[in-house]
Design a protein around this ligand. Structure first.
Ligand SMILES: Cc1cc2nc3c(=O)[nH]c(=O)nc-3n(C[C@H](O)[C@H](O)[C@H](O)COP(=O)(O)OP(=O)(O)OC[C@H]3O[C@@H](n4cnc5c(N)ncnc54)[C@H](O)[C@@H]3O)c2cc1C
Length: 333
């Protein structure tokens, strides 16, 4: 192996994302001689977040790399990979790396694999990757180099002390003269409810918009209770398909979109804990919970899906009453 490059984008605030920090900390256990490459505005400064033991740190820094334009990021990555002379490149699975590294791979005559779940030394270097929505896992290798891998969180294990205080080498990269960033727009309008780094995933199901024991629906109250809970806890908001599909039908939770949907045709977020409310716990939904470690659910129906081994704890209760009480305890507004 000619060498490993750990390639990391720097966030807009000059820090490293959680996934990038995890990869950086685990990298010395994988290859103690690995070179680190940082790109983004403030990259030289961000090098302090790398492992103390890092042997060599290359940076592409400057305003042109502040906005994550794929054309510029691809040039930066290509320059960093060439400067490192790397034949193996490990990068976090990140919106920027997912856009720019396939471009860099083509320009370098290499290959890229995304969403890599594990890297193993088994008769040569091999990777593990899920297929068919995480139902089958394959182990595979490639002969072409450089081989670029976008790693999911948890793909490498290992910890190291951070606080790199050595020199950084500036690598020259060419910025596009045709692409100009004119601003930043969030993916969803209004309140940001999807928070991948939150400790808790709060899932709202269709029950929130159904007729309750008094024969009426209570959608405005449901909105207020859910919003108050999210604000007080910082939880990420997930939803069942049935609830987000009501978007076209009138009685809806206004801050939910299909981006919130968890499940077979939705997302599979990673959070230490999950709380499902007014959601039945059917298999196509629960399959999206496979990375949620501790699961609890609130449902009126003692025979709902969660009761069949899908949750650790099922509270058979009215979610309106439970959230009202929780918000009172949390002092939610
Ligand atoms: C191919 C395929 C793919 C699918 N993909 C997905 C997917 O990605 N994600 C997904 O979510 N679904 C998916 N589905 C749909 C899935 O099978 C279910 O239909 C859906 O998850 C049901 O949503 P729900 O539990 O919110 O609604 P419901 O099944 O209507 O359940 C509502 C629940 O709310 C409870 N409830 C009502 N009022 C209260 C109250 N006051 N307090 C407590 N509980 C209350 C009720 O007891 C009920 O259990 C898919 C289906 C198919 C066929």
């Amino acid at each position: 192996m000619a060498g490993t490059l750990i390639l990391i984008p720097v966030e807009a605030d000059g820090a490293l994302s959680k996934a990038s920090s995890e990869l950086a900390a685990a990298a010395p256990s994988f290859d103690p001689e690995a070179t680190f490459g940082l790109f983004g505005q403030g990259a030289a400064q961000a090098a302090k977040a790398l492992p103390k033991s890092a042997k060599r740190v290359l940076v592409v820094d400057g305003e042109a790399w502040a906005h994550g334009a794929a054309c510029n990021d691809a040039k930066a990555c290509e320059a960093l990979i060439r400067a490192a002379g790397a034949d193996l490149v490990l990068a976090p699975q990140h919106s920027r790396t997912a856009r720019c590294l396939p471009l860099a791979a083509v320009r370098l005559g290499g290959r890229i694999d995304t969403r890599v779940a594990g890297v193993v030394q088994e008769d040569g270097l091999k990777i593990r990757r899920w297929y068919y929505r995480q139902r089958m896992q394959a182990t595979l290798s490639r002969a072409e180099r450089p081989w670029i891998l976008l790693l999911e969180t948890g793909a490498l294990s290992g910890q190291s002390e951070t606080g790199y205080d050595g020199p950084t080498e500036a690598v020259a990269a060419e910025a596009s003269s045709r692409t100009r960033a004119i601003g930043t727009e969030p993916a969803v309008a209004g309140e940001q409810t999807i928070k991948p780094d939150a400790d808790l995933l709060f899932v709202a199901g269709a029950g929130w918009t159904k007729k309750q024991s008094d024969g009426s629906t209570h959608v405005p109250e449901a909105e207020e209770l859910i919003r108050g809970f999210l604000r007080a806890t910082g939880a990420s908001l997930g939803s069942s398909k049935s609830l987000v599909d009501q978007k076209g039908e009138g009685a809806v939770i206004s801050f939910l979109s299909h981006m919130n949907q968890v499940g077979q045709t939705g997302s599979s977020p990673r959070h230490p804990k999950g709380l499902a409310t007014c959601c039945h716990g059917e298999e196509p939904h629960v399959v999206g919970w496979r990375f949620i470690n501790e699961r609890r659910a609130v449902n009126l129906d003692p025979n709902c899906g969660w009761a069949h081994g899908k949750a650790d704890v099922l509270y058979v209760a009215d979610a309106f009453a439970v959230l009202r009480k929780l918000n009172e305890i949390l002092g939610a507004r």
